[in-house]
Design a protein around this ligand. Structure first.
Ligand code: PMP
Length: 459
């Protein structure tokens, strides 16, 4: 660490003067007390004053094995001693090759081709463009297949292609004039069912809507895009069991692709390495980022099938090349971190250790149901959302300006837990390496804060 680093107050001032933070109301930020995280250790973050906090949302849903994991740290250092960056445009390098091999071995069967980029948004953007181009140049082309189906509440990143798919009004409506139209299927959100139905009597009627949508646009749909099992930004919306399998069956029947965006749910977050495994689904495209490097470095991968690849497997003269690439796609440091992350999954038997933690989280979450303003509790694996409502009976939401979710998180920070809400949905998404004891501490703090803040909101 440089000895000449400015003190915390100076850093805060410079931050407010120069930094523009993502998804941040800057006036609120400037009037608050920006927290400067200087270090990490396991599942804890340490600020510039030496205070420790549990990293309750895995530093934006990406940390897997904890911060400063010795195996990942060492792998990055070793790679640094070889080279920090080279390119996959016209060259290749050992770590990217080896990682591709390991990803294919672990991914749902049939996904044998790996295209690298550098973040979640690009991983999905790549899948969209590949799918689009595939239909134009496969044997017996179907160029009419140019539309995409996305779900209500969808979030796939912030580039314009992904924003076109997006279904979160607060993030996406502003940019409408810039976007391509998508066909919108209802979000499978049982607590707030858009069809006004109830599980299990509904028999997942929202799937029939997708079927109808595809039927109404025969031969026109390039792909259906989904965040499998759990829709993150929509509010940790856990899909009903069987939805993904049903969607796979419907897309196959209509002869179109399924793009699975596992940027948030991949790498163990839902209890299995990939969420698609839970319903034994192989999508046509699997988009990976965030946890791929253990949450260390920006790297992403879009996996697809030989069938898709074969439509691009041609000489330059044939003009079928995928004309897309990012400077840092497959960056060696990122790839080294990713390889080490996979190694840690094996060495620490991370997935096998998850069962008791998931169960423990389920138990602790049940206690929240007793609180008057908890409307719904949703969990899959070590991902959970606690939805706060103004009124349980009517499910009425709190007025936005009351900022109840952010207030709970602010209290939690004072008690040593860092969490970030999605509106009034509190997100629980710790690194998979969290111990039961730490999870217990985290849930204690959350319970106290939800109770205190919702009671204060009644006063
Ligand atoms: N897809 C999903 C499901 C996500 O949750 C996110 C980010 N939270 C993204 C894509 C975008 O990833 P990135 O922020 O790395 O671009």
């Amino acid at each position: 660490m440089p000895t000449s680093r400015p003190d915390s107050d100076t850093l805060r001032r410079w931050d407010i003067e120069h930094l523009w933070h993502p998804f941040t109301a800057q006036a609120d930020w400037a009037s608050g007390m920006p927290l400067i995280i200087e270090r990490g250790e396991g599942v804890e973050l340490i600020d510039s004053e030496g205070n420790r906090y549990l990293d309750g949302v895995s530093s934006l849903w990406c940390n897997v094995h904890g911060h400063r994991h010795p195996t990942i740290d060492a792998a990055i250092r070793d790679q640094l001693d070889a080279i920090a960056h080279s390119t996959l445009l016209g060259l290749t390098h050992p770590t990217a090759i080896e990682l591709a091999r390991h990803l294919v071995e672990r991914a749902p069967e049939g996904l044998t081709r790996v295209f690298y980029s550098d973040n979640g948004a690009t991983a999905v953007e790549v899948a969209l463009k590949m799918a689009f181009q595939y239909w134009r140049q496969k044997t017996n082309p179907e160029p009419e297949r140019s539309k995409f189906v996305a779900l209500g509440g969808a979030y796939h990143g912030d580039t314009l292609g992904d924003v076109s798919l997006g279904g979160v009004d607060r993030f996406h409506t502003m940019f409408q004039p810039l976007l391509f139209p998508v066909l919108r299927a209802p979000i499978p959100f049982c607590y707030r069912c858009p069809l006004g139905l109830k599980r299990p009597e509904c028999e997942i009627a929202c799937l029939d809507e997708v079927d109808r949508l595809l039927g109404a646009h025969p031969g026109k749909v390039a792909a259906v895009v989904i965040e499998p099992i759990v829709q993150g930004a929509a509010g940790i919306v856990v899909h009903p069991e069987g939805y993904l399998r049903g969607l796979r069956e419907i897309t196959q029947r209509h002869g179109t692709f399924l793009i699975a965006d596992e940027v948030a749910v991949g790498f163990g977050r839902t209890g299995t390495m990939f969420a698609c495994e839970q319903e034994e689904v192989t999508p046509d495209f699997l988009c990976l980022a965030k946890g791929i490097t253990g949450g260390y470095l920006p790297l992403a991968a879009t996996l697809t099938t030989e069938e898709v690849f074969s439509a691009f497997d041609a000489t330059a003269a044939e003009g079928k090349t995928f004309q897309h690439g990012h400077t840092y796609g497959g960056n060696p440091l990122g790839a080294a971190a990713a390889l080490a992350t996979l190694r840690v999954f094996d060495e620490e038997r991370t997935l096998e250790q998850l069962g008791p933690k998931i169960e423990f989280l389920t138990e602790r979450l049940q206690e929240f149901a007793a609180l008057r303003h908890v409307g719904d509790i949703r969990q899959r694996g070590l991902m959970a959302g606690i939805e706060l409502v103004l009124d349980q009976e009517s499910k009425a939401e709190y007025p936005w300006h009351r900022q109840v979710g952010p207030r709970v998180c602010r209290r939690a920070r004072e008690l040593g837990l860092l969490i970030r809400p999605l509106g009034d949905v509190l997100v629980v998404m710790p690194p998979l390496s969290i111990t039961t004891e730490q999870l217990n501490r985290m849930m204690d703090i959350m319970f106290r804060c939800v109770q205190a803040e919702t009671e204060a909101s009644d006063a």
